[in-house]
Design a protein. Sequence first.
Length: 137
Amino acid sequence: MSNFKLSTRSEMRMVGVHDELKKVVRRAIQLTSVDFAVIEGKRTRQRQAELFKQGATKTMNSRHLTGHAVDLAPMIDGQIPWADKSKFNAVAKAMFTAAAELNIKIRWGGDWNENGRSDDERFYDGPHFELTWRAYP
Ligand SMILES: [Zn+2]
C-alpha cells in the first residue's frame, strides 16, 4: 500500500469522467509504486480539435470526449519523467491491478491491448488509459 494520494487538482480533472474509471484511478493511487497525477480527463470537442490540429492526437473519435479516458502522468519531484518509460509502466501496473480487483476492463495507450479501434493506436501514449470499447461501448 502506498502513501500517495490524489491531489485536489487531479480530482478536479476527473470531473465528467465515467465513475468506473474514476474508481480504478482512486484504487490505483493506493497501489502504485510511483506517485502520479491526472493530467487530463474529459475533453471538449474544441480541445480535441486543437490537439488534432497540433498533431498531438490522431483522432477526433477520442474516448476523452465521452469521459471514457484519462491521462495519468508519473510525478517525480514535481516533474513528469517523460523519457523514462519505466515510470509510466509502474503507473500502468497499478492501474491494471486496480482494474482487475474491481473487475473493470481498461486498456492502456502504452500497449493498446484488446484490439481497439481508435486511429491513435499505432502510437505510444504512455499516460492514456481508457475503458474498453467492448465492455463500455
Ligand atoms: Zn489520453
